[in-house]
Design a protein around this ligand. Structure first.
Ligand SMILES: Nc1ncnc2c1ncn2[C@@H]1O[C@H](COP(=O)(O)OP(=O)(O)OP(=O)(O)O)[C@@H](O)[C@H]1O
Ligand code: SF4
Ligand SMILES: [Mg+2]
Length: 361
């Protein structure tokens, strides 16, 4: 029994020829989130754009530690720490500009109800003295619209949905394995029936077989009830298993974004290519290539292209001119001058002539 929901009549976009199309479920454009720390500005999210067109789609956000993945999630949930000094750009949910909502409106209408999140390490912070069922039920109790009996059956329904029996409602967290705890935090995020679920490294603390079970559960939830996901991970292989689109995060940017298959097989940004080349592969004839250099300091990122100190393909404009997100033609983009024939000239897509990309073996 789903909880009572808002009127979800999808808004639409009006084209110049008078035709309309449904607005994307979630459209993020030129989003910025900067912190101040020790008197210096940390540009954790610095002009990020991506779209989830419809229900049941998943976007993977892949990148090194410190590239701004969790900060993006924090911005979408608007759970901003006090030291945020810049938060702007556009976040549209079915066409509605939810960044323009007041904090009170956002809390009442959006956070947890329409966009929910499983935090990095969430399974380790379940309340040890509260039964699982009570922890899942808490938002419904605060909401106050359902009877005790209805809340109990909603909790049981959610436990079953995440692959646990209703009997788990009466257990305490210490009586659960890591995989079972992760299922519980998923049930907690699903309790208000959100449209978009953000998962921040949901399987990184789990062994490979439990990881596979959780990934299968996420695939099921994509299908039914058709939850859209933002899946944050270091592991591009995991992201490719679940996601329709992939964004490769680098130093507060999305260096590359596009359909998962194209990003994996024909990456257009050198960082994405090197990331893929650094992965061990079963039947590869060449060994994995280590990624050169170190991630930059986000309080003082390199001028021009943020990847230029590590990039084997850099050329004249790279250390002075900031590459914008250059459209690829499949709805995606790459922030690399090699993708602009007007700038790159003979070097246009030169890096694509070298072998890269992953096979699925
Ligand atoms: N509250 C904060 N105040 C100041 N700086 C912060 C804050 N939160 C994150 N940062 C900084 O912002 C940058 C991005 O951090 P973020 O946690 O978003 O990275 P991440 O990609 O999620 O990393 P990881 O893979 O390790 O989880 C880092 O330089 C981090 O130190
Ligand atoms: S813009 Fe230049 S430095 Fe940056 S990734 Fe492209 S080639 Fe490399
Ligand atoms: Mg993180």
């Amino acid at each position: 029994m789903p909880v009572a929901k808002r009127d979800s009549a999808a808004r639409s976009v009006l084209y110049s020829d008078g035709m309309t199309a449904p607005a994307p479920l979630l459209a993020v454009e030129d989003l910025h989130l900067h912190y101040v720390s020790g008197g210096r500005v940390v540009r954790a999210v610095d002009g990020v754009s991506f779209t989830i067109e419809r229900r049941g789609e998943a976007v993977g956000i892949v990148g090194e530690s410190g590239s701004g993945k969790t900060s993006l999630a924090v911005a979408l949930m608007r759970l901003l720490p006090k030291n945020v000094v810049r938060f702007d750009g556009s976040i549209r949910l079915e066409g509605q500009d939810i960044r323009a909502l007041s904090e009170d409106e956002f809390r009442r209408e959006i956070r947890w109800r329409r966009i929910a999140m499983v935090f990095q390490g969430a399974m380790n912070v379940l309340n040890p003295v509260l039964k699982i069922g009570d922890q899942i039920a808490e938002p419904l109790q605060l909401d106050g619209r359902l009877s005790k009996q209805a809340i109990r059956s909603r909790v049981n329904e959610l436990l079953v949905r995440v692959g646990l029996s209703p009997e788990f409602a009466t257990r305490y967290p210490h009586e659960l394995s890591g995989g079972q705890k992760q299922r519980v935090v998923l049930a907690m995020a699903l309790v208000l029936d959100p449209d978009v679920l953000i998962l921040d490294e949901p399987t990184s603390a789990l062994d490979v077989s439990v990881q596979a079970q959780i990934m299968n559960l996420l695939k099921d939830l994509k299908q039914d009830p058709g939850i859209s996901m933002i899946f944050i991970t270091h592991d591009i292989g995991l992201a490719s298993d679940l996601c329709d689109h992939i964004a490769v995060a680098y130093a507060g940017w999305h260096a590359e974004y596009g359909p998962a298959e194209r990003v994996l097989l024909e990456p257009r940004h050198p960082y994405a290519r090197l990331l893929l080349a650094s992965l061990p592969r079963l039947r590869a004839t060449t060994p994995p290539q280590p990624m050169p250099g170190e991630p930059p300091d986000l309080t003082n990122p390199p001028a021009g292209c943020r990847f230029h100190p590590r990039c084997p393909y850099r050329f004249a404009p790279c250390d002075t001119d900031v590459p914008p997100p250059i459209p690829i033609g499949d709805g995606g983009h790459a922030r690399c001058w090699l993708n602009d024939p007007g700038v790159a000239g003979d070097l246009y897509l030169a890096h694509l002539k070298e072998p890269a990309g992953v096979s699925h073996d």
